[in-house]
Design a protein around this ligand. Sequence first.
Ligand code: PLP
Length: 427
Amino acid sequence: MAMSLGQAGRVLVKPLRVVLQPPALLFNRSYTAIAEARAVLNGELESIRTAGTWKSERIISSKQGPHINVDGSRILNFCANNYLGLSSHPEVVQAGIDALKSYGAGLSSVRFICGTQDLHKNLEKKLAEFHEREDCILYASCFDANAGLFEVLLGPEDAVLSDELNHASIIDGIRLCRAKRLRYKHLDLRDLESKLKESQSSRMRLVVTDGVFSMDGDVAPLVGICDLAEQYGAMVFIDECHATGFLGPRGRGTDELLGVMERVDIVNSTLGKALGGAAGGYTVGPKPLIDLLRQRSRPYLFSNSLPPPVVGCATRAVELLLASSDIAHTMSAKTMRFRNKMTEAGFTISGSAHPICPVMLGDARLASLIADDMLKLGVYVIGFSFPVVPKGKARIRVQISVAHTDDDIDHCVDAFVQTARKHGVVS
Ligand code: PLP
């Protein structure tokens, strides 16, 4: 049926002329197509199970925090990115409630149509201030911020030089842009230099790296990267998802930790980890770049505005960090307590001084057995194996939070010693 307004404003309903296929034929066709698709999908699912890389999800029935309820038990949680414990901080939660009450659940719009509230502008201003950059643009996630940046900034006459272990969202974002792509070996300044030489003729060059790599907790050599970028006339971009809020003397991130805040041009980060843990991402950098992203960045232009409660929570989290560096300092003390105790007990912990503490075990099955046994002792940790990490480098990734007490950390170490002894990993 097609509808139109008649002269008196009444709705006129006209019969539509459509050629309908006999119902049985329609049914058979779609049935066959979906049956074929089901077979293909089930084959894929089976191959994931067979490869031992199936990712199952534990159902949490409480707030995120150091202690969570899973399957009716209260367990100690060491695998969230809740670095500063702000996910359920009372002031952060209250700010979300206040924003919900004053500004509603959501905007039902993208930013440029009718989806920008003073709340969004205020958070962008605070994030730019926090990172000491000219301007900031919010996205629904950092995945979106990474997906939306490179295509806008770089064209076919430009080049992007990317660490081979950068986060998946960076890899996808770079795939969307038309710049020449060069991958340099992980953290390898010599290889980066050779790629900078190779791309000398490009109009603009951008070196792209995670500030901290989430699988190893290793930190990008930003001083060397910035030196090379300066020498060869390139810009520097860092993804600070695992650094914002707690690395560096004031928690500004890897660039502050390594003393290169003025030398890193563009920073992307998330609101979904240390900054309250709700959701959202952003880019901070030069104003003309941020202005252009508002005009052209597809995940920004074609996706809904961040919901007010999410913005409210993140704003309070940033305000807490702007007001005091104490939380960031506590983070480093807790991290070192875990790392030192585990090393003394005979474990190898990858990375240095970062709250991502990968307990290296090598064998994938061993990592998964130890993680299961730890859960039986009430400690929730996750084993990572190939293809998430290289073959033979399976590990259990422990993430420390400011919200963990010293007792929580000691309990986790004890559980590791007990289970690892059982499996002959430590004596
Ligand atoms: N970049 C890095 C390094 C990450 O670890 C993540 C999240 O896992 C993202 C980007 C994506 O962040 P978000 O969860 O805000 O999309």
